[in-house]
Design a binder for this molecule. Structure first.
Ligand SMILES: NC(=O)c1ccc[n+]([C@@H]2O[C@H](COP(=O)([O-])OP(=O)(O)OC[C@H]3O[C@@H](n4cnc5c(N)ncnc54)[C@H](OP(=O)(O)O)[C@@H]3O)[C@@H](O)[C@H]2O)c1
Length: 341
């Protein structure tokens, strides 16, 4: 399989490390043989070589802060969009940045690749939250796979689990802790920290950005519930269609009161069927301590899936990380390899 990386940051490099470490095993046990024909990254430079780029060397260069352009043998000067449009590739691995309000530049990359029948594996939430139907139809029209496990809970299986293993179980509702940063902050507040101190800790640990709005105002979780609403429930919702409240109004006194009542605040993203409609929301909720979601602490994510056939199934696991999100992309690549056989 000829692979092109768009974005060679945390996630792209995490995937590259897994591909290199598992090379023999992936080929022998899973029939996945790969070569990398392109890497495009704004900061680290662009390289294209249809004969195959030395991926270990690319990791070395990126680690040292040297430009990947040293590995270029194509001479085309393509950036990410150029690679998406023209590179010889079977799979485009899209792990750049997305502006969640516009879905760009990731949506243009995904659209260009799918439109010429190149499979896409992505961790970018924007194209899914805003343009899922259009992109899925484009993939179908061109016989391309479009997979995005890493967009909701990193490598912890949710989308593939629901779409494949739980297909036919009758999914009625999904609700979960879909943002690790806010769950970490709420956990530390329960230890006695103020909101500001807990946020500062999350920033010091690299969980929260310097401008933490996307996490603490609930927008990241909203993008994820919108993806679940579209992909699992077949709804055509945009993030702005659903109510969204973050954790910024929760005080230390609220946390202490909840604790005294045997409850715990969690930022819950929820999607459910309401008569003929699909509804979604993000809001802080008081969860009884005996509930599975109440026991999920720190930066961990979880989703409880209410089904017709099985009752409730809860999945708990990491919601971010270099190897963890790289693994989500590897799992999608293996799905493509399996389907192509
Ligand atoms: N990290 C996680 O645990 C995680 C989990 C789930 C999903 N995701 C999603 O996965 C994506 C990648 O995350 P990350 O953590 O790997 O981010 P990152 O470390 O910032 O890496 C993204 C890389 O893409 C580059 N880039 C940005 N725009 C580009 C463009 N137009 N063309 C080419 N390269 C471009 C960036 O370069 P510059 O630095 O120059 O901008 C950066 O090197 C994001 O959409 C993120 O939301 C991440």
């Amino acid at each position: 399989m000829r692979l092109v990386f768009l974005g060679f940051g945390t996630v792209g490099q995490g995937l590259a490390e897994l591909l290199l470490a598992g090379r023999d095993e992936l080929a022998r046990r899973h029939g996945l043989e790969w070569t990398v024909t392109g890497i495009a990254d704004t900061l680290k430079g662009n390289a294209y070589d249809p004969a195959g780029i030395d991926l270990a060397r690319a990791l070395e260069l990126a680690g040292r802060g040297d430009s990947l352009a040293a590995l270029d043998r194509g001479g085309h000067g393509w950036d990410a969009l150029g690679m998406a449009r023209h590179a010889e590739a079977d799979v485009l691995l899209a792990a750049t940045y997305t502006d969640i309000r516009t879905g760009e530049p990731a949506t243009s990359h995904v659209r260009a690749a799918l439109g010429r029948g190149v499979h896409v594996v992505t961790t970018n939430k924007g194209p899914l939250a805003l343009h899922y139907r259009e992109l899925a139809a484009l993939a179908d029209a061109h016989g391309a796979e479009f997979l995005f496990e890493g967009t909701v809970m990193s490598g912890t299986p949710v989308l593939n689990l629901v779409r494949e293993t739980l297909a036919g179980a009758g999914i009625l509702e999904m609700q979960g802790i879909l943002n690790g940063t806010t769950n970490y902050i709420l956990t530390r507040m329960e230890d006695g920290l103020s909101y500001d101190d807990a946020l500062a800790k999350a920033q010091a640990l690299g969980y929260a950005e310097a401008v933490p709005d996307a996490d603490v105002l609930g927008w990241d979780a909203l993008a994820k519930v919108t993806i679940l609403a579209s992909v699992v429930f077949g709804a055509s919702l945009e993030p702005s269609d659903s109510p969204c409240e973050g954790i910024t109004k929760i005080t230390a006194a609220d946390i202490a009161r909840a604790k005294a009542e045997g409850k715990r605040y969690k930022l819950i993203g929820r999607v459910w069927r309401d008569g003929g409609r699909v509804r979604a929301e993000v809001a802080p909720r008081l969860v009884e301590l005996g509930q599975p979601l109440a026991g999920v602490m720190g930066a961990t994510n979880a989703v409880a899936i209410r089904t017709d056939a099985l009752g409730e199934v809860t999945v708990v696991g990491p919601g971010a990380g270099r190897a963890q999100t790289g693994f989500a992309m590897l799992a999608d690549l293996l799905t493509i390899a399996r389907r192509r056989r």
